[in-house]
Ligand binder design. Structure first.
Ligand SMILES: C[S@@+](CC[C@H](N)C(=O)[O-])C[C@H]1O[C@@H](n2cnc3c(N)ncnc32)[C@H](O)[C@@H]1O
Ligand code: SF4
Length: 340
């Protein structure tokens, strides 16, 4: 039986985000800058990562409290060996209604079929440009946009429902919005443009690098005949629009200009097994991995998860919006990188 819990601000828990690795085969400047994540960077040793059976157990206990959706992320989740085994295990849990994966897409041809066979159906592919050279300069691994587009076509061909996510940075890739809308409109694939956020320790963020949803919308309206789509569910983070001619949709995610903390129903587990109630948490998360490895029962784990959710009062993006949009400046806040 589900005991639906709410946090300090009355928000239920619905989603669990599991970061399955801290490693990545890209070095996007705003996420894992190559100057910091160089050849000598020490990633987590294997025993510091949650095992698949630990993740399955965490997910199972969370479903008792209302979690219905699970998203696998990273680092680059397709770099975690045998990821399909985790998908298969999560798929078996009563109460899990939806499993999604966020990936840079590079390894989809290699692992996609096994993931599909294990029960995964939904994939979000991050692709910040459709221009090859520009994309190479963003991922810092010389990977062309065409390579990822081929992987996306492959994923669609074997049955995945694919969405594409683009983090928009002013002066860097905002000129990609129109060509990407055109490309994915023709393919009838949903592409979503995300306002650049100040995640991580040092991604060079400031408000002047954000292209707001209103600015993006104005650009798109100049080129395409579109109409707004009604939200599909409580807490939906993207605002969707439909092309009037062929019905294809795209989305805008207003993480900065119109934050959505008030409907945030997500719990996050970092790759080293810590709980975070917010992508922008400033304090070190509770160490769920150590807690489990000290021999706790499922009931004790459930009680801990309840406690962690009951004290959750994070509304970082709202606070930032109040500062950035009202005052066009914000106080510097130090944050730990906890995964996307
Ligand atoms: C951290 S990545 C992990 C999964 C996978 N490697 C990928 O790139 O999709 C998850 C998502 O967070 C996004 N992201 C990372 N840093 C961001 C930032 N500063 N602002 C907005 N989105 C960001 C990425 O573009 C990606 O879509
Ligand atoms: S955004 Fe994703 S692909 Fe890019 S460095 Fe971060 S984890 Fe890797």
């Amino acid at each position: 039986m589900v005991k639906q819990i709410t946090d300090k601000l009355g928000r239920p828990i619905r989603d669990l985000r599991l970061s399955v690795t801290d490693r990545c085969n890209f070095r996007c400047d705003y996420c894992m800058p190559k100057e910091i994540f160089g050849d000598d960077f020490v990633f987590l040793p294997k025993d510091e990562l949650l095992t698949f059976s630990e993740m399955e157990r965490i997910a199972r206990v969370y479903t008792r409290l209302g979690v219905k959706k699970i998203r696998i992320t990273g680092g680059e989740p397709l770099m975690r060996r045998d990821l399909y085994k985790l998908i298969a295990a999560l798929n078996e849990i009563d109460g899990v209604e939806d499993i999604g994966l966020t990936t840079n897409g590079l390894l989809l041809k290699k692992h996609g079929q096994k993931l599909y066979d294990a029960g995964l159906r939904r994939i979000n592919v991050s692709l910040d440009a459709i221009d090859n050279e520009l994309f190479q300069s963003i991922n810092n691994r010389n990977i062309k946009a065409d390579t990822i587009l081929e992987q996306i076509d492959y994923a669609v061909s074997i049955g995945f429902k694919v969405k594409v996510n683009v983090v928009v940075q002013k002066g860097i890739n905002d000129d990609q919005i129109i060509p990407m809308i055109q490309y994915f409109k023709d393919k009838n694939i949903v592409v979503r443009f995300i306002e650049f956020m100040d995640v991580g320790n040092d991604n060079g963020w400031d408000f002047s690098k954000v292209v707001t949803k209103d600015e993006m919308l104005a650009m798109v309206e100049d080129e395409f005949d579109i109409e707004a789509v009604e939200p599909k569910y409580y807490g939906e983070v993207a605002k969707y629009y439909r092309h009037k001619d062929n019905g294809a949709q795209f989305g805008l995610i207003t993480s900065v200009s119109q934050s959505f903390c008030s409907t945030c129903t997500r719990a996050r587990l970092s790759s080293d097994g810590k709980f975070y109630g917010c992508l922008f948490s400033t304090v070190d998360g509770f160490n769920v991995k150590e807690f489990m490895r000290s021999g706790k029962t499922d009931d004790e784990l459930q009680a801990k998860f309840e406690e962690l959710w009951h004290i959750r009062d994070d509304r970082y993006s709202d606070e930032r919006t109040e500062q950035t949009v009202a005052n066009r400046r914000r106080k510097k806040i130090n944050m730990n990188y906890i995964g996307g």
